[in-house]
Each structure stands twice: as C-alpha cells, then as structure tokens.
Ligand binder design. Structure first.
Ligand SMILES: *[C@@H]1O[C@H](CO)[C@@H](O)[C@H](O)[C@H]1NC(C)=O
Ligand SMILES: *[C@@H]1O[C@H](CO)[C@@H](O)[C@H](O)[C@H]1NC(C)=O
Length: 395
C-alpha cells in the first residue's frame, strides 16, 4: 500500500511551502490525494465526496480529523522505542518518512532522535517513478536526502522499493515490451538503484505486493510480460548490485493465515529451492483498530522456519474518526499485540511504523473518514498506543 505519489516530492521541490497546509478552496483530502490534509486557519477541511475534500471558509460543523481528546499521555518509558527494541534483542524500531516532511523542523528533530527511531524507510523517494522517470535516466536526489539523514543519525535504512505495480512511470506501466526487453529494464532498474545505495541499506523491498488478496498473482506489466520470472530476475539483479543488503518481498494481508499468506509461502519455498537469493519477508501491517491479525506470529514463524528473517515494515492502525477514548484504548492494545507478535518470533528483526505522527499519515487521504493511525498525534504528543508499544518491547 502506501501509494503516496512521488509526484509529491517532485512538486515539493518546486513549491515547498504548499505542503504544510492547503489554502482556502484548496484540496485537503480524497482518495488518491497526496498533498496536505490540513487547512490554513479560518478554513475547514470538508469532505465533499470520497475523492475530494476542500478547505472551505469558516469553522467545521463536523471536524472528522480533529482529535476530540486532549488528555496528556505520560510515557511509561522515556528510553526511546529503538533503545527498548535493541535491549530486547531486536535490530531496530523505526519509522517511514518522506522528503516533504523534512522541512518541518519539529518533525525532523523527532525523526532524528535515534533513541526513538533506529531505522528509517523513505515513503516515496526510492520508488520507480522517482528514481527512473525516463528510461535509463536516474534521479537519486530525494532518496539521497533520506539516505544521508540515516547516515548522519546512525539509523539503519530500508530501501523501498525496486519492483511494484504502482507508482511506475508511464514508460514502464504503459510500455510494450518483449520478455527480453523487460528483463533488461528490470535488471537495469534494480541493479542501478540498489547499486547506487550499495553499503548504505540494511534491507531492500525488492518485490512489493506481488499478490492479489485471493493469492493469485497481480496482473501487471511485469507478470503479464514475464509471468513469475520477474521475481528471480529482480532478486538476482539486486544481489549482484549489493551483496550485503538483505533482500525482501513485502506485502499486505499476508498477516493472517489464508490464501495470500500461503501464496507468499509457496513463492518463497520455490525461490529457495531454485537457489534464488531471498532473505526476508516484510509484513506491512496496515491494520484497523479492533481488527488486528491474531495469527501474525503463526504466519511469521512459517517463514522463519524456512530460514528467512521477517519484519513488520509499515505498521499503522487506523480508526474511523472521530477519535474516542475507547478507540484510543483499543488502539493501545492493538499496537501492543502486533509488536508482541514480533517480539515472540526470534527471526523478526524489527518494526517500522508508517510514519510516527498522524500529521503525516497516508491514511486520511486514502481511506475517507479514517485516520489517527500513528502512535503520535498531529501535534507530536504521544497517544496511548505509544505505551502499548513500550509494554510489548519491555514484556
Ligand atoms: C536532523 O539531522 C540532520 C542530519 O544530522 C541535520 O542536518 C538536521 O539539521 C537535523 N534536523 C533537526 C531539526 O534537528
Ligand atoms: C506462468 O508460469 C507457470 C509456472 O511455470 C505456468 O504454470 C503458467 O501456465 C504460466 N502462465 C502463463 C500465463 O503463461
């Protein structure tokens, strides 16, 4: 998931001021909207339909994204989540981030806190449309900004991603390729991208979201042209480009036992049998309050039993707004149980939340009427969810 468009970062370079808040009459949400989700003062973000929310003058009669709770939550530990995760034997606790957010100094100061976040993942700037917008022409400025930040802060970096059906430049998604031609395209993209960051990346999501929810293969340019062979083609190119990076396949809705998890398991078994390089499976974990997976540990263990590592790569737990004390309390339990599943599996190396603050969550603009999915609120105050994570990390 996390289909925030990379056009976002390109635009951000041109009009950096536009990303804090939307202007009066500006768009502030809707399916596919990737810009600001808050409005300038004196206007209110108003849902007109699923695809369009607009900053209308005046104050809201209903303010779906405004937290109703202002109660202060006291942290049950001030050590920092990454410090606690390390003490518990994990490699990292980390967060996604994105280039436009880095101009927010209060946000950046917290992101820089390596006691809290020992690992970061760029939300968009290493995706195909950002890194190879035209064939053979690579642009790494956005990805480099985040890689350099990780380096300066001593944080591990997850690369995201090489091959995905979404956020492709049109020369790829709408291209007409022979199998041989597309093989070259994938080898060049993954090889150049992974090679550019050689030595800087802990793990790469080489393949992202290959399956439909029913466990069938997603019909995209890669599958339709190369059948399943695009997977080993990409993995081998990534291995050759950076032999020390852990190579992952990353997906959602594999957190529960079922057809999709089984399809992933079968794919991984086949890759191992064929001698294709594969080191890990990423469980995205974009969950809903009250509906988190109860079989996450079981599924993870099926993969670690094959000798792979696993990680929680994109955790957030959204709710239907407005926030209530009851929803926040359930969210605390849910964060605790998801993190606990990783704690219970030795081969689960770490947990990444899909941004730490509700201010920059992808949820409100993607799932109409939903939000408040992160452990910190829009004002960077911790929510009960934070203490749920602490409880699991210190259990
Ligand atoms: C975050 O860390 C980077 C890299 O050290 C530094 O350049 C930047 O100024 C820091 N930002 C804040 C707000 O502390
Ligand atoms: C894709 O490959 C599989 C396994 O080799 C094969 O069973 C299947 O028929 C192929 N599908 C297409 C559309 O060629």
């Amino acid at each position: 998931m996390s289909r925030l468009l990379t056009a976002f970062s390109v635009l951000a370079a041109l009009v950096p001021f536009a990303f804090g808040q939307s202007a009066e009459w500006g768009q502030c949400g809707g399916i596919g909207w990737t810009g600001a989700t808050t409005c300038v003062s004196g206007t209110t973000c108003t849902v007109l339909n699923d695809y369009y929310s607009q900053c209308l003058p005046g104050t809201a009669t209903t303010a779906p994204s405004t937290p109703t709770s202002t109660s202060v939550v006291t942290p049950s530990s001030t050590a920092g989540l990454h410090t606690l995760a390390k003490a518990a034997g994990k490699l990292y606790f980390g967060t996604a981030t994105d280039n436009p957010e880095l101009t927010d100094t209060a946000y950046a100061a917290k992101l820089n806190d390596s006691k809290e976040f020992g690992q970061i993942t760029p939300g968009n700037s290493m995706k195909w449309d950002a890194t190879e917008p035209t064939r053979g022409t690579f642009t790494f400025s956005g990805g480099d900004q985040i890689a350099n930040l990780a380096k300066a802060n001593g944080q591990l970096l997850r690369g995201h991603n090489c091959v995905w059906y979404n956020q492709l430049p049109s020369w790829v998604s709408d291209g007409t390729f022979t199998a041989a031609d597309l093989t070259t395209v994938i080898q060049n993209h993954c090889g150049t991208l992974v090679g550019h960051y050689k030595g800087q990346i802990y793990s790469w999501d080489v393949i992202n979201e290959p399956f439909n929810d029913d466990g069938t293969w997603r019909q995209d340019i890669f599958y339709n042209t190369l059948n399943t062979t695009y997977v080993p083609i990409a993995l081998k190119a990534a291995r050759a480009a950076d032999p020390n990076a852990k190579l992952y396949i990353n997906d959602y809705n594999i957190e529960n036992t079922g057809a999709k998890a089984t399809a992933m398991l079968n794919l991984v078994k086949e890759l191992i049998a064929d001698g294709v390089p594969i080191d890990g499976v990423g469980f995205q974990c974009h969950f809903i309050v009250g509906e988190v997976s109860t079989s996450l540990q079981t599924v993870m263990e099926q993969f670690t039993a094959l000798g792979l590592e696993v990680a929680i790569t994109e955790l957030d737990i959204r709710m239907t707004l407005p926030e209530t004390e009851a929803l926040l309390a359930q969210q605390q339990k849910d964060y605790q149980s998801v993190v606990q599943a990783c704690m219970n599996v030795e081969g689960c190396v770490g947990i990444t939340i899909w941004d730490w603050t509700d201010k920059y969550s992808w949820v409100p603009s993607t799932f109409s009427g939903q939000g408040a999915a992160c452990p910190w609120d829009e004002n960077f105050a911790i929510k009960p969810a934070y203490n749920g994570i602490v409880a699991a990390l210190t259990a």
